[in-house]
Write a protein that binds this ligand. Structure first.
Ligand code: URA
Length: 239
């Protein structure tokens, strides 16, 4: 985020006054005086104004978890199974999963203490895309792929159009914007290709990347900002 915006968020001054403070040479980033209010900062480097440290108060946290099979994505499990929440050590914060993955699905799930962000990221209105890699074991022909792309009739209604590619024989990559229960499994079963293995590889602007199964990492402030942007209320038309 821009330095002036960072200072405004931290309560130092209004955005415009913060720009002036920066231009006056009173602000240092990582020990160096910065006079460009547009300088990008991601919260990882110390920022000072007149030598005094500045931080964005009450910073909410978001963690990325690579969920293994058998771990449940609810905050608590009545059957005593391991939970994604227990995989993250963040003392003093109450973390909630953003949406759900089935116990037998692996891959990217986010945890946050920002309830408002979690709600927006899972609300159908914001249509945050989620990408999955589904192993279905056999070649899926063009007609079947088209059905997935155009929407298939499920017991809770027709699915919205999806982006679907066959990465290799019997392995599909699907990007969907909805978050219905067991949606990918039901879509694939409906076209006659039950899923044998399912992994979520992307959520909105975030990719699982090389985060190994069972590993967790805290998102950088810049990544959290990209997530917020992905679930931002649409700008209102003027007038
Ligand atoms: N679709 C599914 O079928 N399962 C998941 O866990 C997520 C999406």
């Amino acid at each position: 985020m821009r330095l002036a915006k960072f200072l405004a968020h931290a309560g130092v001054a209004s955005r415009r006054a913060a720009e002036a403070i920066v231009r006056e040479g009173r602000v240092a980033v990582a020990g160096e005086i910065v006079t460009d209010p547009a300088r990008d900062v991601d919260g990882s480097e110390p920022v000072t104004v007149d030598g005094a440290p500045v931080a964005i108060a009450d910073q909410r946290v978001v963690w990325m978890v690579h969920k293994p099979r058998g771990v449940v994505s609810t905050a608590k499990d009545t059957h005593g199974r391991p939970t994604v929440v227990a995989m993250v050590d963040e003392p003093g914060k109450r973390l909630y999963p953003v949406g759900r993955l089935d116990a037998d699905t692996t891959g990217l799930i986010l945890l946050t203490d920002d309830g408002d962000l979690a709600n927006r990221l899972t609300h159908p209105r914001y249509e945050v895309p989620k990408t999955y890699v589904a192993h279905v074991g056999a070649f899926v022909d063009e007609r079947e792929l088209r059905r997935l792309r155009e929407g298939v009739e499920l017991e809770d209604g027709r699915t919205a159009p999806a982006q679907v590619r066959q990465l290799e024989v019997g392995v599909l990559q699907l990007t969907i914007h909805e978050g219905r229960k067991r949606q990918v499994r039901r879509m694939c079963a409906e076209i006659g290709h039950p899923v044998t293995e399912l992994r979520r590889v992307a959520f909105g602007p975030l990719r699982l990347g090389d985060l190994g199964e069972g590993r967790v990492r805290r998102l950088s402030p810049a990544e959290v900002q990209r997530l917020r942007d992905a679930a931002a209320p649409p700008a209102r038309a003027p007038g």
